[in-house]
Design a protein. Structure first.
Length: 591
């Protein structure tokens, strides 16, 4: 309940009580006193809470100097501006007003109708304060260094990942990517516009601090930027491998699965009655329910009995992923079984030498071999393409699960050529596409988190908290009432790796020091401010605002009404005293 309503109720009750007492009395001028009491009550309320009226005023432009403003910008004349303010760390003259943030500046200058932001852009804390006003952005040149950076939030162990971005500075420079031990693992000359693209491999699960080192055309170091990467274990992927014979592809696939932490169960036949078995490889309903994907080639399929094939088909329709490998000529009975699964495989006279299409572009650096087959599948989607655009693998939906077929013979050549990360990425993406879907909710972690800057974490469970680098936990206040995303704000006070703990799961994210990546932070501030900018600002404009009416007329009228009531009471009291005095005088004596 607000103050105006409470005050109005109390004043009304007091006025009604006074009217009731006045009407009960036999005093003269009762009705005039009643009217004055009601008028005084209304005037008292209006004096305390005056009505709002529209005021016309000349709205002006507030010029805000932000960090990164050049001396020329801060020294320029702002004759058309209503006021000029400077945010912390902004270069400015001594006669320019300094403010701690944009919100304070707007409170000090309530007549502001539009903003002209000058310099590097508004920091994150001031973005919300500027949304309600038209904004013009006069940007300062970006500093030298990395100004654009694209890094995946997390990668799977054993997979390759790409790092891209752009460097602002002298042309003709180069960039190096270093692993956590400081060894150079990739380097490339910068493009004319400073763009770059590098690749690395997430070898083992955990957190890793890679770094980018930028050099100008003369070889001088421009910047050394930390690149944090969270490498997730592949332990949540449970794979059952059935093979009719060992081959190089299986050798490298099993090695990658071990490095990536995949739970691999395998049965590889060596000869009749002799096989290498690792784990429970039986195709029972219970075993398949605990498995995410089954990899089987045509020779292993031929050895399956009807019961095992039926169990496998039922499991696929229930969500299991089935990955079929063609390693040689396809027997007629196997081709018939696979045709019943929606995959029509036929021998064909096609060129077997191919290149791979990686990242959407052909990679002609390595030569591979495909099986001499064509595959027609109902409502299938390419899983892997050759450099000429033809499919080397397909997948299709079957019930709640997926079935894939793969006829590339020697993807292991990637690992032989030294690109073990490319081999791992190839198989990680392929198996991840087909495997059983778990639907694990992933929280939204802060992007480019920095010390003393507000970050937002969403998708939180009950009693979620953040564990700081010093192992101290920071509880989070989850806003579950206004948003179904269950978000919370987080202000990190320490640089380093933090860990979100939610519903028993741990999600690491890195917080950068306020001084790290200055060029990148400046570029992101500029981009965020540029998104606020709209129409060009006018020099001045007439605006209307709602303000409280002056209180003094209502107070003066209330004072007059109260004085009249006092006068009525005073004259009534004098009349009563006179009447009582006359009644008390003694009668004259007749003697």
């Amino acid at each position: 309940m607000n103050a105006a309503l409470v005050t109005g109720v109390l004043v009304a009750l007091a006025a009604l009580a006074g009217v009731w007492l006045t009407l009960r009395s036999d005093a003269p001028n009762r009705w005039a006193r009643v009217v004055l009491q009601l008028i005084a009550a209304v005037l008292l309320y209006l004096a305390l809470f005056p009505p709002r009226v529209d005021e016309h005023f000349a709205a002006g432009t507030l010029v805000v100097l932000t960090p990164g403003a050049t001396l020329e910008q801060s020294g320029a004349g702002f004759a058309s501006a209503a006021a000029v303010v400077a945010l912390p760390d902004a270069t400015s003259r001594s006669d320019i007003e300094s403010v701690p943030d944009l919100g304070t500046a707007l409170r000090r200058h309530p007549d502001t109708a539009q903003l002209r932001i000058v310099g590097g852009g508004l920091p994150p804390r001031d973005i919300d304060a500027a949304r309600a006003l038209p904004v013009e952005f006069v940007a300062a040149p970006l500093p030298k260094g990395v100004v654009e950076l694209s890094v995946p939030n997390s990668v799977r162990a054993g997979s390759r990942f790409d790092i891209g971005g752009r460097v602002e500075g002298d042309g003709g420079g180069r960039i190096e990517l270093r692993d956590p031990a400081g060894a150079v693992i990739a380097q490339r000359a910068l493009a004319d516009d400073g763009a770059f693209a590098l690749s690395a491999q997430g070898k083992s699960a955990g957190t890793a601090d890679f770094s980018l080192r930028v050099f100008d055309h003369g070889g001088a170091s421009i910047e050394d930027l930390a690149v944090p990467v969270s490498v997730r274990s592949g332990g949540d992927l449970r794979v059952l491998l059935l093979a009719g014979a060992p081959d190089p592809e299986l050798k490298y696939l099993r090695r990658w699965a071990e490095d990536a932490g995949v739970q691999l169960t395998s049965h590889i036949a060596l000869s009749d009655g002799v096989a290498i078995t690792d784990g429970a490889a039986a195709l029972t309903s219970d075993n398949l329910a605990r498995t995410d994907i089954v990899i089987v080639d045509e020779r292993a399929w031929k050895t399956l009995d009807l019961h095992a094939k039926a169990a496998l088909t039922d499991a696929v329709r229930g969500g299991l992923g089935l990955f079929l490998r063609i390693t040689g000529p396809l027997p007629d009975d196997v081709a018939s079984d696979w045709r019943s699964l929606g995959l029509d495989v036929r021998a064909a006279d096609v060129a077997q030498g191919v290149s791979l299409q990686r990242g959407g572009t052909p990679d002609a650096a390595a030569a591979f071999t495909r099986r001499a087959n064509t595959v027609d599948a109902n409502h299938a989607t390419p899983l892997l393409r050759a450099g000429d655009g033809s499919a080397l693998a397909l997948w299709r939906a079957e019930g709640e699960g997926r079935i894939a077929i793969w006829w590339l013979a020697d993807s292991y050549r990637l690992a032989l050529g030294g690109d073990s990360g490319g081999f791992g990425t190839l198989w990680s993406e392929a198996l991840g596409t087909v495997a059983r879907a778990h639907g694990t909710a992933t929280p939204m972690l802060p992007v480019a988190a920095r010390v003393d800057q507000r970050g937002v974490i969403c998708g939180l469970g009950t009693d979620a908290y953040v564990e700081q680098p010093d192992a101290k936990g920071v509880s989070l206040m989850i806003d579950a009432e206004r948003s179904a995303a269950r978000c919370a704000a987080y202000w990190p006070s320490q640089a380093g790796w933090h860990t979100l703990v939610s519903d028993g799961a741990h999600w690491p994210f890195r917080v950068s020091d306020a001084k790290d990546g200055a060029a990148l932070a400046r570029a992101r501030d500029a981009d965020a401010t540029r998104m606020l900018a709209g129409r060009p600002l006018a020099e001045s404009s007439n605006a209307t605002r709602s303000i409280p009416a002056p209180r003094w007329p209502f107070f003066l009228a209330w004072l007059i009404a109260t004085a009249l009531l006092w006068w009525f009471e005073r004259t009534r009291a004098q009349a009563i005293e006179t009447a009582e005095g006359d009644a008390e005088q003694p009668l004259p004596s007749l003697a």
